[in-house]
Design a protein around this ligand. Sequence first.
Ligand SMILES: Cc1cc2nc3c(=O)[nH]c(=O)nc-3n(C[C@H](O)[C@H](O)[C@H](O)COP(=O)(O)OP(=O)(O)OC[C@H]3O[C@@H](n4cnc5c(N)ncnc54)[C@H](O)[C@@H]3O)c2cc1C
Length: 368
Amino acid sequence: MRHSADVIVVGGGVIGLTTAFFLGKAGASVILCEQGKTGMEASWAGAGIIPPSDLEHAQYPLDRLRALSVSLFPDLSRELLARTGIDNGFMRSGGLELINNSAHADSEEWYGLGVQIDTISAADARTLEPALSAGLGRAIHIPCMAQVRNPRHLQALRAACLDLGNVVIHQDAAVLDISVVSSRAKGVRLSDEELTGSAVLVTAGAWTGRLLEPLGQRLNVPPVRGQIALLNPGKRLFQHILLSGSRYLVPRQDGLVLIGSTEEQVGYDKATTAAGIGALLELGLTLVPALAGATLEKTWAGLRPGSPDGVPFIGPVPGIENLYVGAGHFRAGIQLSPGTAQLLTEMLLGKPLTMPMDAFRIDRQARG
Ligand SMILES: Cc1cc2nc3c(=O)[nH]c(=O)nc-3n(C[C@H](O)[C@H](O)[C@H](O)COP(=O)(O)OP(=O)(O)OC[C@H]3O[C@@H](n4cnc5c(N)ncnc54)[C@H](O)[C@@H]3O)c2cc1C
């Protein structure tokens, strides 16, 4: 077992694994510690929707980070396939945002991002997707909306990290605390050993606040439960991702359909509930009546790492040298992961940043 590295990464979700991969490719040695198995928490549970955003037009920092990420996803997916033989299922399946009479504001939001969209009539939406219910209103057609299959993406990231040779992954290796000496992060403590690193990066999802608290850092990254139902209709009923408010139906290429998701503040409880799954199934059948005959394959829930303003925390921890955080990506951790990994890699290796990162600072609330 290796005991020291340039960077110790704490947490093997999509943020930790992608950053470990980018760091490793940039020549840094990395030890990633995961308390369970890599990629089995929020990152596994998510639906993998990747909405488009355009780097030239996006004005807000979060939209710019999304645009950067979206621009990196196709090449990253190709590279993962080439290195590991694992196809993460990245594809531009397109999206249909189902709206009634509130089309104006929603479409303006998409236009503001420089994203190509069309507002179409209910009849045109049904021409695109004949399985849609007859009773629905107009829709926004978003041809560039993409998706990825999370479990495959995470397996590919893990295999690609190991393929590099300079990234070591320890599973069943819970970090108990971060060692800080003279206001400088020195490494981490596991139950049976200490690891040292020139820098420590905490990407522990909804558990990040717990790790930083003993260091006097109050980072509010609460767990926000999201439930999902997986249906198998036996054949492909529709092609586009269907969005309805904050809920959605995601069709996979093999015909499976994910319906998500709830948003619940219930601590670290990953149970699914009758009310949560019931509401998702009701939405599914309302939008696509033919799903009534589908088999309910599986239900699950994951704990999204929240943040008070919906913006992730990405950057150095104030007052502690060489300690960094990448957490709080809430409903967007998959779509934001390549950009987050690129920027964290730049920060950790002291390179110029692709974009300004003030909006993601850990102490942004304190600074107003
Ligand atoms: C139902 C649902 C649907 C979603 N849909 C989408 C979507 O369509 N598109 C999208 O972009 N995002 C989506 N998300 C959000 C996305 O999944 C998350 O934002 C993202 O997975 C967060 O990644 P993470 O690496 O920060 O956290 P996690 O995946 O939770 O990873 C953190 C890891 O750190 C480990 N860890 C914690 N403490 C320690 C410790 N002390 N020592 C070692 N390891 C530790 C944990 O075990 C875990 O593996 C969805 C989430 C859910 C739950």
